[in-house]
Write a protein that binds this ligand. Structure first.
Ligand code: SAH
Length: 243
């Protein structure tokens, strides 16, 4: 199950943090590292901080954007240094691990856990691409961990949860179109929706960005199946035919 967990680090400034994250991953049997637009990579410092996890560094996949790093994932979990966010239910690491591992067992696609920039975390646009959020409980006066330390805690929680539940089944496996839709498929529906909304002149003179962001968060939170997305595409296409 852990082979289907993908750690995604967004726009990391310090290559040492990439190396330390790779080491933390290897200690906890995680393998897949995706780097979205890292400031300095490949890097000797990343390799040296990774020590025995240099294979994870060498196999790391560099992507230009978060949406391309997660398009083939069935679940995208963002990490937040903040305890509260109006748009999301924020889970603790153990709950996150149960959800992520159940999803790994139910769908043959990766589950992404997304980590933000050292100084500024994830942008609102990036958070809107996430289906759920996890926060590591901390001292409220000092809630932000070093990003590699956050990778360590999350990786440990996943590893430990697999050990505890190894003999139990996390969930039953739905077939075909009843499986959870991939992140890229949800994005395509979101684009189709925007297209029809502009065709029916829903936006008027208003900027579509705000309402589209809300709809994106809503769709991601709903975690629709492929069949449900097909129904929605069908409805939208029927409306377009009538127009
Ligand atoms: N000032 C930023 C903090 C960024 S810390 C902010 O408020 O968002 C860099 C990254 O480390 C975060 O984006 C997140 O991925 C991870 N991180 C740090 N502290 C965390 C915590 N308590 N829980 C979960 N992730 C955390």
């Amino acid at each position: 199950m852990l082979e289907n967990i993908r750690i995604v680090m967004v726009n990391t400034s310090h290559p040492g943090n990439i190396g330390a994250a790779a080491r933390a991953m290897k200690n906890m049997s995680l393998q897949q590292l995706y780097l979205v637009d890292p400031l300095e990579f490949p890097s000797a410092e990343a390799a040296s901080r990774a020590t025995h996890a240099v294979d994870i560094i060498n196999n790391a996949v560099v992507c230009p954007s978060l949406s391309s790093a997660i398009a083939d994932c069935s679940l995208v979990i963002g990490t937040s240094a903040r305890e509260r966010n109006l748009n999301w239910v924020i889970e603790k690491p153990h709950q996150m691990a149960l959800t992520a591992l159940a999803q790994c067992q139910a769908v043959d696609a990766p589950v992404a856990i997304v980590f933000g920039r050292e100084r500024t975390g994830l942008t609102n646009q990036e958070l809107a691409l996430c289906h759920r959020l996890v926060h590591i409980p901390t001292n409220p006066d000092c809630s932000s961990l070093n990003v590699a330390a956050a990778v360590q805690v999350i990786a440990y929680e996943l590893f430990n949860t697999v050990q505890e539940y190894q003999t139990e089944s996390f969930s039953t496996k739905p077939d075909g179109d009843d499986q959870a839709a991939l992140a890229g498929q949800i994005q395509t529906l979101h684009q189709h929706l925007q297209q029809v909304m502009s065709e029916v002149e829903f936006f008027g003179s208003n900027n579509p960005e705000n309402v589209m962001r809300r709809l994106q968060i809503f769709l991601n939170r709903a975690q629709p199946s492929r069949r449900e997305l097909n129904i929605l595409h069908g409805i939208l296409t029927a409306m377009q035919r009538k127009l």
